[in-house]
Design a protein around this ligand. Structure first.
Ligand code: NAP
Length: 252
């Protein structure tokens, strides 16, 4: 593969920093895009300049809370801007990270991701999507949101995956020259085994002196679907380590 110039939207985020690492290790040129690097994909500040000479955009930017309407508005605007500015700059393709189960969601952040997928796919640029399970790195965010020494975390099934693993798969998919075959499912990446979110959070909580109490998650959007395993990876998903416990063992 020849050297390609990528712009990474959300380059400083949990996933984005690994995407930047993987691209850099493979010898590609990377333009990191986030407000911290002076590029705002919502207001457009710095976006035209950042996309000059870029061939591929990887969109791993995100809204900072789980609130559906605000997240939907963020993804609606970011999708429009990345297509518009990207087309003007001569970008060939956009690749994005979505979440497993987005297609089944009726509410919450997952429903916002469904809109994100639909708007990006509506063009004009060609788009590739990778749906990932919840990240190992996201478990800490769940604890942070509760801000105390006791955290109530849903005891729901998930198949946690490491951001590095997702980043490698996303870069591979982005560089795959073939177009998606009509009728084939959107590719998925997940960790090697099913976990219970509250149990994973308890492992991390023990390191941070936070007591984790598992709750049934009944107040959450699409809780019944989640409890029945409806947001677990499909049979076509690629499963790859490390497990949450193995990953935790590598964290400082
Ligand atoms: N978290 C999960 O478990 C999970 C699972 C599967 C898929 N995903 C998807 O993976 C993607 C990345 O998620 P993440 O958890 O890595 O996100 P994150 O850690 O919250 O990072 C968000 C990134 O977006 C950037 N950003 C926010 N507003 C911006 C703006 N207006 N202009 C430019 N950049 C902006 C942030 O940088 P600045 O603040 O500097 O702007 C940051 O780099 C998202 O699409 C998410 O839906 C997440």
């Amino acid at each position: 593969m020849s050297i390609t110039t990528f712009a990474v939207a959300g380059a400083t985020g949990r996933l984005g920093r690994h995407v930047v690492d993987v691209l850099t290790e493979r010898g590609h040129r990377v333009v990191p895009m986030s407000r911290a690097t002076g590029v705002d994909i919502i207001t457009g500040e710095g976006l035209a300049e950042a996309l000059t000479g870029v061939e591929v955009i990887i969109d791993v930017a995100s809204w900072h809370s789980s609130e559906q309407e605000a997240a939907t508005e963020f993804f609606r605007t970011s999708a429009r801007n990345l297509h518009e500015y990207g087309q003007r700059a001569g970008v060939a393709r956009i690749a994005m990270a979505s979440i497993i189960g987005a297609d089944k969601a009726t509410a919450g952040f997952l429903a916002a991701k469904k809109v994100h997928e639909e708007l990006l796919l509506s063009g004009p640029l060609s788009v590739r999507i990778l749906r990932a399970a919840q990240f190992h790195e996201f478990v800490g965010q769940l604890l942070d949101w509760q801000q105390g020494d006791v955290a109530y975390i849903p005891a729901l099934p998930t198949q946690l995956v490491a951001c590095r693993t997702v980043a490698e798969e996303l870069v591979d998919l982005t560089l795959d020259p073939g177009a998606p075959v009509p009728g084939t499912p959107i590719p998925e990446i997940a960790g090697p085994r099913k976990e219970i979110m509250a149990e994973a959070a308890a492992l991390l909580g023990a390191r941070r002196s936070i007591k984790v109490i598992g709750v049934d998650g009944s107040g959450m959007p699409d809780a019944e679907t989640a409890a029945n395993g409806g947001f677990l990876p499909g049979p076509h998903a690629k499963l790859a380590g490390p497990t949450f416990k193995e990953w935790l063992g590598t964290q400082p």
